[in-house]
Ligand binder design. Structure first.
Ligand SMILES: N[C@@H](CCC(=O)N[C@@H](CS)C(=O)NCC(=O)O)C(=O)O
Length: 212
């Protein structure tokens, strides 16, 4: 399998964690977003949306990290990223969706470029924008962790789930935008538990071959 991705991209980071948790090896194909490699014709031919990650499975070219991760879960069910119980599955999916649907999309590179170009946003304004939406998402995430009477070491229970696959990259991104993470102690505990696992530490942006 080939993963077209970028070291600092949060949605690429998710795909790397999921591949690692499933114990799968893959070829790392770097797509430099800073150099706008994703806007070239050859990449558009791979993904008309011109976003990373893209997973070439050998049989199909998959786009969109949620679809890639669901494909991994269906094709390689063990270890499972979702609990068996439908209500618990819904909870894990909701935690992941806080990040994937409501936080990450508004902080994406193209959105920030638009704010810089069309609204003259400087880097302080960009940090404030990202901090606002990350803060709103993390407040809710933290409250859900606090309300979980059966809380384990991870976002849901004592093994990593889809929720952690989404949360950890968003924490990386929060640091990049200078968000004060001390507001969310339970999230910090989850990060600590995740980073003790190689599947997470090997997927970290700084550990990637194109990191600089
Ligand atoms: N919903 C998509 C989002 C993909 C996405 O936004 N990728 C970002 C990097 S995290 C990207 O390629 N951005 C390029 C740009 O904004 O120009 C997914 O989860 O795969």
């Amino acid at each position: 399998m080939k993963l077209y991705n970028f070291w600092r991209s949060g949605s690429s980071h998710r795909a790397r964690i999921a591949l690692n948790l499933k114990g799968l090896s893959y070829e790392y194909v770097a797509v430099h977003l800073g150099n706008e490699m994703h806007l070239r014709d050859d990449f558009r031919a791979l993904n008309p949306q011109q976003l990373v990650p893209v997973l070439d499975t050998g049989d199909a070219v998959l786009i969109q990290s949620p679809a890639i991760i669901e494909w991994l879960e269906e094709k390689y069910p063990a270890p499972a990223l979702l609990p068996r119980d439908p209500e618990q599955r819904a909870r894990v999916r909701a935690l992941a969706a806080i990040v994937g649907c409501d936080v990450h999309p508004v902080n994406n590179r193209r959105i920030l470029e638009y704010l810089r170009r069309n609204f003259s946003a400087d880097e302080r304004a960009i940090d404030a924008w990202c901090g606002t939406w990350i803060g709103a998402g993390f407040d809710a995430y933290e409250a859900l962790l606090a309300a979980d009477t059966r809380r384990g070491r991870f976002s849901h229970g004592n093994a990593p789930t889809l929720a952690d696959v989404y949360l950890i990259p968003q924490i990386e991104s929060a640091r990049r935008f200078k968000v004060d993470l001390s507001r969310w102690p339970r999230i910090a505990d989850v990060e600590k538990a995740c980073l003790e696992m190689q599947a997470f530490s090997r997927a970290a942006p700084a550990a990637q071959p194109d990191a600089h």
